[in-house]
Design a protein around this ligand. Structure first.
Ligand SMILES: NC(=O)c1ccc[n+]([C@@H]2O[C@H](COP(=O)([O-])OP(=O)(O)OC[C@H]3O[C@@H](n4cnc5c(N)ncnc54)[C@H](OP(=O)(O)O)[C@@H]3O)[C@@H](O)[C@H]2O)c1
Length: 250
């Protein structure tokens, strides 16, 4: 659309954000809109998604309630989409699940939400041409895919490693339509997700000391990275996993 002389701007772009009812996704929707984008937001929880919508004001194109592990919901979401310049697929979940206490069913749940859901959405958005020529997709993976960053996150890590792998293949396959695909691998970020589990606040505070920059991430640390990957400033970047982790993985 309109050319903008700031390559980092999202002016004139329409961007889908999944997981927009909380944490990294909500902050990504808000920062994208502040950078000029019109956003489409989706999540399961109507009330919390509505809160995001209220904060977005006129920059919200549409909100869609959808469970991304449900194929009918994914199809309905893709059907409702306008032509997109970008998408940030944040929806995901993690629970502490040491292998000995896991089960095939729990592992399937983990893969369904963190791997199959974004892969299916990505596939359909490309196939149905919801992603414009030159658009940019950002998948939210995790350093849990490459490091044992938290105890009991083996299958979570595996789901994110798998997502990163598909990201690279999608980047190559979609390059013919100049659609870029990258991921962000965050370290621990202070969102409701990390406070829901069995790890105590004391353990979290202790763990944060392992980060060279001395703290866990804030949602905007990740959202700002997503803005770069969505913007024209990164037009020659595809198939890349951007680690944003306060130096944890050094
Ligand atoms: N926080 C961290 O330390 C950290 C680190 C590395 C990577 N990540 C990744 O970052 C992403 C966002 O996490 P967060 O920390 O922001 O967590 P969060 O605050 O719990 O947000 C997760 C979002 O995903 C949505 N979601 C979950 N299951 C869904 C489903 N089946 N269908 C549709 N939406 C679903 C939730 O919305 P509803 O409940 O409304 O559906 C919510 O908006 C996740 O992929 C997570 O794995 C987080």
């Amino acid at each position: 659309m309109e050319m903008n002389n700031n390559p980092f701007s999202l002016e004139g772009k329409t961007v889908l954000v999944t997981g927009a009812s909380s944490g990294i996704g909500r902050e990504t929707a808000l920062i994208c809109s502040r950078m000029g984008a019109t956003v489409v937001i989706t999540a399961r929880d109507q009330e919390r998604l509505q809160e995001t919508r209220e904060q977005l004001g006129e920059h919200c194109h549409a909100e869609v309630i959808a469970d991304l592990t449900n194929p009918d919901d994914v199809a309905r979401l893709v059907e409702a989409l306008p032509e997109l310049d970008g998408a940030v697929l944040c929806a995901g979940n993690s629970t502490t699940l040491p292998l000995q206490f896991g089960s095939r069913e729990k592992f399937d749940d983990m893969f369904n939400v963190n791997f199959f859901a974004p892969v299916e959405l990505l596939r359909l958005m490309y196939k149905k041409k919801a992603l414009k020529k030159g658009s940019s997709v950002v998948l939210i993976a995790s350093i849990g895919g490459t490091h044992s960053f938290m105890p009991g996150n083996g299958v979570y890590g595996a789901s994110k490693a798998a997502l990163n792998s598909v990201m690279k293949y999608a980047a190559r396959e979609f390059a013919s339509r100049k659609v870029r695909v990258n991921s962000i691998c965050p370290g621990m970020v202070d969102t409701p997700l990390i406070h829901r589990g069995t790890i105590t606040e004391e353990q979290l505070a202790e763990d944060a000391k392992r980060y060279p920059l001395g703290r866990y991430g804030q949602p905007e640390d990740i959202a700002n990275g997503a803005v770069y990957l969505l913007s024209d400033a990164s037009s020659w970047l595809t198939g890349h996993d951007l680690v944003i982790d306060g130096g944890f993985s050094i």
